[in-house]
Design a protein around this ligand. Structure first.
Ligand code: CA
Length: 231
């Protein structure tokens, strides 16, 4: 029986590729590495990996173009690993459908944690559909939110926003993704309404809204909710 998780690593830098491969293999993953974009695209289709790690700066095809092509036919989790650390680069990659983004250099433990998160999202949500972390519990079926056992009341929009983040906990959702998902494509692109709703949610669920424990701001990019402990 071979149930190893297969990782496709698309990275042209041989020393980084070697380092990641060694760390992943010693953690029980099977790794196939592609040293160019073209090779990466063809292996994505032939190998059907469980997760793809994608460098953006590739010699033949830009990583963003690879993301676009992959997302036209595949929903495989894709984690971008890149030296590009500008907010705009992260936003573009996440908006093109990357599940996560790690800036080089990064530690092995962080990479492993991000891979585990991305794989969890591949699986269907648990049947009882509960989000639980620290003192916060969201029951999606019953549309019930409790903080340390006490029921919290949110407006319709606040509820939609919080549950969208909770269903994607551990991942950054960009401002434009959230704006689109909740207010639709015709809302004007200024994020004011999003920030107001987030401030209201934080007043209701955070002990100290200025130092949130549940919903974190990724400045210039979006929001990330604390990982669900019950999934
Ligand atoms: Ca590179």
């Amino acid at each position: 029986m071979n149930t190893k998780i297969t990782v496709l690593l698309i990275e042209d830098d041989k020393s980084i590729s070697g380092f990641i491969t060694t760390s992943l293999e010693s953690n029980g993953y099977r790794v196939t590495s592609a040293l160019s974009g073209r090779e990466g695209l063809s292996l994505s289709a032939s190998l059907c990996p469980d997760v793809i790690l994608l460098d953006l700066g590739l010699p033949d095809i830009d990583g963003c173009e690879i993301l676009k092509q992959l997302r036209s036919w595949s929903s495989v989790p894709i984690i971008v690993i890149s030296a590009r650390s500008k907010e705009q680069d992260k936003v573009s990659a996440l908006d093109l459908g990357a599940d996560d983004y790690i800036t080089k250099p990064f530690g092995t433990a962080e990479l492993m944690a991000r891979i585990r998160t991305s794989l969890r999202h591949r699986h269907p949500v648990s049947p009882d559909r509960i989000y639980r972390a620290l003192d916060l519990e969201i029951n999606f079926e019953k549309r019930l939110i409790r903080l340390a056992g006490r029921e919290i009341h949110l407006t319709q929009i606040e509820y939609q926003l919080l549950t969208l983040l909770a269903e994607n906990s551990g991942r950054v959702l960009t401002y434009s993704y959230l704006m689109n998902a909740i207010w639709g494509p015709y809302m004007d692109s200024n994020n004011q309404i999003l920030r107001v709703n987030m401030a209201n949610i934080r007043r209701k669920i955070e002990k100290n809204p200025a130092q949130p424990q549940y919903v974190f701001t990724e400045i210039g990019i979006g929001y990330r909710m604390l990982e669900n402990e019950s999934s």
